[in-house]
Design a protein around this ligand. Structure first.
Ligand code: VG1
Ligand code: CO
Length: 539
């Protein structure tokens, strides 16, 4: 065991979901090591503890796992459980942390960001409940990383990450597991595999685009092997360190191959895609795209059809920018609905306290209390379960949902890689404007309220301020703006747009939202501050 002297980096501040930087930043001497030591320091040390380690398999994942194993050993950890090849999807890691009653886990991923030597890498810590570390812990990591002077590491040869079974490293036990089996077993407990298998046997067709990312092996095992979907149902199913050059963000822009097929003449009945680390999902029916906010609402309304949720759901939670569609379902079911800041870490307390069963975000994330992360394949399986029980098409289920609850037209516009100073100037100008906005009329709509979202956790009363600017109109329409906390280059402005309709469900969302889009540009002067006229990505 050696103690290495180091110098702190001043930029190791975790964002929405862990620390994300360019891969080359992580590869520079001491960068990863400093942050790993900061994690151990922030959680009161590693001595005697058991951790899970794994990542989405992107470039540098394998090297990082070896470093973490040697540092965990040097810091006195009792045991580390690692995914075979150093790979674990984020939901599978969350499951392993919980099932094996460990003290937490280190997950290596930059999720939906591209991978490769010149792309992105990331690291985050999940607590013993399987969920992302809450803000007080990520703040402590940043403080530790800012003052670090040394870290501990064992000098040793690499552990063979492909040899499933137990070994030791510097006195610490290392167990390599194949996590697909554990994860598939959990899914079998929640969903009616027999009903889904019968649907596939009777000719139901599906495409699952794993985008050369971590979900491939999980999807192939569950969909093709256990549920009997036709071979070839899973495409891009082999995980690659650079995701084959794909941008593993399951949205209509980046999953365009799937979108083209689903909108084409020979579309399968159902399509889905997931992201780099397997916690996101996009769901598409034949000829119809399901917005993530609608997906969450449909899942909440129909969850009782799956055996794992047959007793009903305790409540729902959504991130603030997510549409209010799920709130309407909660009201109808007579259960609580919570509105939290962006990022899965804010759902943990509500899930642990049993206040909510389902959670979701507009950014293609849905999940439940089965783990403490969003879970892409879980959402796909719940959809399949619902389709198998209702025996209707995705399009029919959506139409029926809107007829019952009305439709929350919704879209997110992303303006990427803006110069940070310009983005900050735009947001501060907007914040200054907020107090004067109520009563003002834009595009023929009157502003009812405007604020910067602040949240008090209902379970532990912790508070989080400045979580996104909201402009609410008298007719219930809404504009939300915030800057991304997962990017690695400049700033990304996320503009969220929403409008509720009680009838007329067949409009193009961009058309239905046109006045709100114009109002957002006028109020924030997006073009004036950033020079941008059009968004880079529309979801
Ligand atoms: C984005 C999404 C947010 C999500 C986060 C992590 O954050 O908007 O809803 O929780 O990514 O998802 P931001 O700060 O860039 O808006 V994942 O699948 O990248 O871990
Ligand atoms: Co992800």
């Amino acid at each position: 065991m050696t103690t290495i002297q180091t110098v702190a980096f001043d930029d190791q501040k975790p964002g929405t979901s862990g620390l994300r930087k360019k891969t080359r930043v992580f590869m520079q001497p001491h960068y990863l090591e400093n942050f790993v030591q900061a994690i151990f320091n922030a959680i009161g040390g590693a001595k005697g503890k058991t951790f899970v380690v794994g990542g989405d398999g992107r470039f540098f994942n394998d090297r990082a796992v070896q470093v973490i194993l040697r540092m965990a050993a040097a810091n006195g950890a009792a045991k580390v459980i690692a995914g075979r090849g150093g790979v674990l999807s984020t939901p599978a890691a969350s499951n392993l942390i919980r099932q094996r009653k460990t003290d937490g886990g280190i997950i290596l991923s930059a999720s939906h960001n591209p991978g490769g030597e010149d792309e992105d890498f990331g690291i985050k810590f999940n607590m013993a409940n399987g969920g992302p570390a809450p803000e007080n812990i990520t703040d402590a990591m940043f403080r530790e990383a800012s003052v670090i002077v040394s870290y501990n590491i064992v000098e040793s040869q690499d552990v063979d990450l492909n040899a499933v079974g137990e070994t030791t490293l510097g006195g610490m036990a290392v167990e390599i597991v194949d996590s697909v089996a554990d994860y598939a077993a959990l899914m079998e407990q929640l969903f009616d595999f027999d009903a889904i298998r019968a649907m596939f046997t009777s000719g139901f067709t599906m495409r699952f685009d794993a985008m050369c990312a971590v979900t491939g092996p999980y999807a192939t095992e569950i969909l093709e092997k256990r549920l009997g979907a036709a071979p070839g149902t899973v495409t891009h199913g082999t995980p690659l360190p650079d995701f084959g050059g794909m941008h593993p963000d399951p949205n209509p822009t980046w999953a365009h191959e799937l979108m083209d097929e689903m909108m084409g003449p020979d579309a399968p009945d159902f399509g889905a895609a997931s992201d780099g680390d397997g916690d996101r999902n996009m769901v598409v029916g034949r000829g119809v795209y399901v917005s993530p906010s609608d997906s969450l609402a449909v899942l909440a309304a129909n969850a009782y059809l799956a055996k794992g949720y047959a007793k009903g759901i305790a409540g729902v939670a959504r991130s603030m920018p997510t549409s209010a569609a799920v709130d309407r379902v909660a009201k109808d079911l007579g259960v609580e609905a919570f509105e939290t800041p962006t990022g899965w870490k804010f759902f943990g307390n509500l899930l642990d306290a049993g206040r909510v069963t389902l959670c979701g975000e507009e950014s293609f994330g849905t999940g439940s209390d089965h783990v403490r992360e969003k879970d892409g394949l879980w959402a796909v399986l719940l959809w399949l379960n619902i389709l198998a029980k209702r025996k209707e098409s995705v399009a029919d289920i959506l139409q029926a949902h809107w007829r019952k609850y009305g439709r929350n037209y919704y879209s997110r516009h992303d303006f990427e890689a803006i110069e940070t100073e310009k983005a900050n100037a735009m947001v501060s100008a907007l914040r200054k404007l907020l107090a004067d906005l109520p009563g003002r009329s834009v595009e023929g709509m009157t502003i009812a309220a405007a604020d910067d979202f602040a949240y008090t956790d209902p379970v532990d009363q912790s508070t989080s301020a400045k979580q996104g600017v909201r402009i609410l109109f008298e007719d219930g329409s809404r504009i939300v703006m915030r800057l991304s906390g997962t990017g690695t280059q400049g700033a990304t402005l996320r503009l969220y747009l929403e409008k509720y309709a009680e009838s007329g469900f067949d409009q193009d969302p961009q058309e239905a939202l046109a006045p709100i889009i114009r109002a957002a540009h006028e109020l924030a002067d997006i073009t004036g501050y950033t020079g941008r006229v059009e968004p880079d990505v529309i979801t």
